[in-house]
Write a protein that binds this ligand. Structure first.
Ligand code: ZN
Ligand code: MN
Length: 486
């Protein structure tokens, strides 16, 4: 991508549904995804005149947790405002949001790209409600628009970044890190595909040294990490070409066409949107108790960055391995529970098995850890069997595969498949004698000094034992037997 002479100035606006039981301002269930259309609706979230909203306490707690994790200043006094616009999926004709007194402001988040740490400022974190969902389709040969209000009023967190980002890959990683933090806090399910987490990006170009960038273009509703990066790459190139030709970049909102891989103009922002914000008259100001904020701060779950550091320092893992294992909380929890179950097997060995073969097998089968039958106590037992050399590492892989298919205990699988390594000298001795007596020529070459045939003999013993011979013992026995032949 060529952006010679120009520096991209990028910011993000992220919307995340909060995983509360009920909606933002009413008792309707917020777990709407499998419900038939318009079954989770009441007078409040359906926008009936006169219905009164009530603030969801849990949503406020979750927002404070996110704000703390993003090092924001939390407002002791904030308020809700009406953002007026009319759209079929917005039954009230306005969205309850926060305008000039958001719940939190001025924070930052750090993210890593190939060992380099970047920091992006956070302008604000506020609380609002989601809209309903429109579907445009055809019924009986007629074009129709359907609306489902189940999503209407679901608590929505909005996080706005400062325009500190300078490259599409940084924007992608910033978004991925934000998702990871929200999931570690347990406030959002991270489901980009279903839109419970979505990003808008904005980008303008600036000549180095100029203080003012060109006008800002916003790309709305991106629902994958890839589209965050690709849409920015496309947009930077488009704007650079326009500037090269001496044209002006109009300030506008664009969409991303996944199929065509281009941004498409949606609406001009020449006149800033006038939402006619005013304080929500049906809700009291939101006043937070300092002691409650302090309590939440001291009970914040461990966040990904510090967990990665702890894995490096506490378990002796490499930075890269610790990063893989802490990428999602479920995997990190699984790893730590397995380390406990596998004691005294070394944590590094457990990390190798989980980040290597285990994730590999799960990937092949397109399974997540939760969907699989793997349990930390069982994987721990497998680690113990490997550590005390009850089984070879080749057999370990077979056991792991079998555990995924059958969900059985590794001890049962080891016995059932007869995988225990044979280390008993009399049993090993029989295979050794067999191999040597059936290869007299090779024995002669060995004795003539071609000691590398020893490896061939070990291989033959392994073959005869169907992989069960302990290769180290077999090698010792072979060497001893060959020297005795002198
Ligand atoms: Zn409702
Ligand atoms: Mn918003």
């Amino acid at each position: 991508m060529s952006v010679e002479g120009f520096e991209p100035v990028i910011g993000l606006e992220v919307h995340a549904q909060l995983q509360t039981h009920s909606k933002m301002f009413c008792p309707c269930s917020a777990a709407y995804s499998d419900a038939p259309p318009n079954t989770f609706v009441c007078a409040v979230c359906g926008g009936m005149p006169g219905a009164l909203p009530v603030i969801n306490r849990k949503a406020v707690v979750y927002t404070v947790m996110v704000a703390l994790a993003l090092h924001c200043t939390i407002a002791k006094h904030s308020k809700f405002d009406r953002k007026n616009y009319s759209y079929p999926d917005l039954p009230k004709g306005y969205q309850i949001s926060q305008y000039d007194l958001p719940l939190a402001q001025d924070g930052w988040v750090e993210y890593d790209i190939q060992g380099h740490t970047f920091r992006c400022g956070i302008t604000r974190v506020h609380l609002e409600e989601d809209t309903g969902k429109s579907t445009h389709t055809r019924i009986d040969g007629r074009d129709v628009s359907l609306v489902d209000y189940n999503r209407s009023g679901v608590p929505l967190l909005e996080i706005v970044s400062r325009p500190d980002i300078r490259a599409p890959e940084e924007a992608r990683q910033f978004f991925a890190t934000l998702r990871q933090i929200l999931m570690y806090l347990g406030v959002n399910d991270g489901n980009l595909q279903e839109g419970s987490l979505r990003a808008d990006v904005n980008v303008s170009l600036r000549r180095p040294g100029d203080s003012l960038p060109t006008s800002k273009v916003e790309i709305k509703n991106l629902n994958s990490f890839r589209s965050v990066r690709s849409s920015l790459e496309y947009e930077i190139e488009r704007q650079r070409r326009l500037l090269d030709m001496g044209e002006l970049i109009p300030q506008e909102t664009r969409g991303w066409s996944e199929a065509r891989e281009v941004t498409v103009g949606q609406r001009s922002k020449e006149f800033a949107d006038d939402y006619r914000y005013f304080p929500e008259p049906d809700l009291p100001p939101l006043v937070l108790d300092r002691r409650h904020i302090d309590y939440l701060a001291s009970h914040l779950p461990e966040l990904p960055q510090s967990r990665t550091r702890r894995f490096v320092e506490g378990y002796g893992l490499s930075q890269a391995q610790a990063t893989v294992l802490t990428e999602d909380k479920e995997l990190a929890d699984f790893y730590e529970a397995t380390v406990v179950a596998a004691t005294p097997a070394p944590p590094v060995m457990v990390a190798n098995w989980i980040s290597g073969d285990t994730l590999g097998l799960l990937n092949d089968r397109k399974l997540s850890l939760a969907q699989s039958t793997l349990r930390p106590d069982r994987v721990g037992k497998l680690m113990l069997a490997l550590r005390d050399e009850t089984i070879s590492s080749a057999a370990g892989k077979r056991v792991l595969e079998e555990m995924l298919v059958a969900g059985e205990d590794p001890e049962y699988i080891i016995d059932h498949l007869n995988l225990r390594q044979v280390r008993d000298e009399s049993e090993l001795g029989r295979w050794v004698v067999d191999v040597l007596s059936s290869n007299p020529d090779l024995v002669l070459s060995y004795r003539a000094g071609r000691t590398n045939v020893l490896q061939h003999f070990v291989g033959q013993v392994m073959k005869r034992s169907a992989g069960k011979a302990d290769p180290v013992r077999a090698r010792q026995l072979l060497e001893r037997r060959l020297s005795e032949l002198d």
